[in-house]
Ligand binder design. Structure first.
Ligand SMILES: NC(=O)c1ccc[n+]([C@@H]2O[C@H](COP(=O)([O-])OP(=O)(O)OC[C@H]3O[C@@H](n4cnc5c(N)ncnc54)[C@H](O)[C@@H]3O)[C@@H](O)[C@H]2O)c1
Length: 320
């Protein structure tokens, strides 16, 4: 049994990972300022500290075996409109957290990085050796934190793993996605299915893909959580391992809408409009390194299964 600090454990991914850590018999403290997370998202059994990562020094001490760092601002559009917020929260916040870890002698870190660190891909599937050229401030701040972690591992022996998520989806029991504003496709399609928005907007159907809509790599949040537990075991002092997490096969916007129709049995009004600037046609991960280095294989790759779990959560959240 180990003891972990989970920053951002009241949010979507952090709450699912915290639940998995508890189920594996670990002790969990969640540090979250509830800026985008929810108190009820913190799993029962975890200690909850309401606070900012900038104050992690007040929480961390030598009794912790590691930190899983999810806390961040993560809206791409907002990051372009308000870059200072992103550099301050994501980069300066992570710097404070990492300094507090060193002061407390906590020497293991798993960090939520993102596919947005790569930007427009030169080739797909995207491997970790691909060029990193983020096209928005959010991706740039996450890449900066990855560099910070690498230098901390080299200089001070931190054992670190960055997991670069592609599109996280699905739910794990009572833990699911509720971003506000919502920007992720599956919950947006659910809103259209429930009549909470008039239609789902499809931005461009003339991409060079089989059905003309963009292709993304959807990964079940429970598969993602399992990778975090494996990353804690794989982390080695002085090394910073970076692994993509994706299914390795993508689904088009059109395929996602069809899946939601099958799972919910509801009609989905669709409105096709022009392409959005900066949307690459295909973003799919090569997860070969996660497979080799962590021994990780996604166990829930089927899109309908991912959508069905998310739909169950959405119905419950809406009292249906
Ligand atoms: N959801 C995805 O598809 C996806 C994809 C790639 C990467 N990520 C990364 O995964 C992580 C989790 O994403 P999510 O979708 O669960 O987001 P989320 O917004 O649901 O969770 C983030 C949590 O961090 C908390 N937080 C933010 N700033 C904080 C601070 N300074 N101090 C303390 N708490 C703070 C928020 O209150 C929230 O509970 C983020 O780092 C995000 O960048 C997510």
């Amino acid at each position: 049994m180990s003891k972990y600090l989970v920053t951002g454990g009241a949010g979507y991914v952090g709450s699912v990972v915290a639940a998995h850590l508890l189920e594996a018999g670990h002790q969990v403290t969640v540090l979250d300022d509830l800026s985008t997370g929810f108190r009820e998202g913190v799993p029962a059994g975890a200690e909850f500290v309401e606070g900012r990562i900038q104050e992690a020094g007040k929480v961390l001490d030598g009794s912790f075996d590691g930190v899983l760092h999810f806390a961040a601002s993560s809206q791409v559009g907002e990051s372009v409109a308000d870059p200072e917020k992103y550099w301050r929260n994501n980069v300066a916040g992570s710097l404070e957290l990492i300094s507090a870890m060193r002061a407390a002698g906590v020497r293991k870190l798993v960090f939520s990085s993102t596919a947005a660190t790569y930007g427009e891909p030169e080739a797909v599937p995207i491997a970790e050796t691909a060029r990193t050229a983020p096209t928005n401030t959010y991706g740039a701040t996450k890449l900066a934190v990855d560099h910070l972690i690498t230098s901390e591992a080299v200089a001070h022996g931190l054992a670190a793993v960055s997991l670069r998520y592609f599109n996280v989806a699905g739910a794990y029991g009572t833990y699911g996605e509720r971003h506000d504003p919502e920007s992720h496709l599956i919950p947006l399609v659910f809103q259209a299915a429930l009549g909470q928005r008039p239609h789902i907007a499809v931005y461009g159907d003339d991409y060079p893909t089989p059905d003309g809509t963009c292709i993304r790599d959807y990964i079940h949040v429970a598969d993602l959580a399992e990778a975090h537990l494996l990353a804690l075991d794989a982390a080695k002092p002085g090394e910073h391992l970076i692994c993509n997490l994706g299914n390795g096969s993508g689904f088009s916007v059109h395929e996602v809408i069809e899946s939601v129709k099958r799972v919910t049995g509801r009609e989905i009004p669709v409105q096709v409009s022009g392409r959005r600037a900066g949307d690459p046609a295909v973003l799919v991960a090569s997860a070969a390194r996660a497979h080799e280095a962590l021994g990780w294989t996604p166990r829930r790759p089927n899109l309908d299964d991912i959508v069905a779990d998310a739909w169950k959560f959405t119905l419950a959240k809406n009292g249906l």
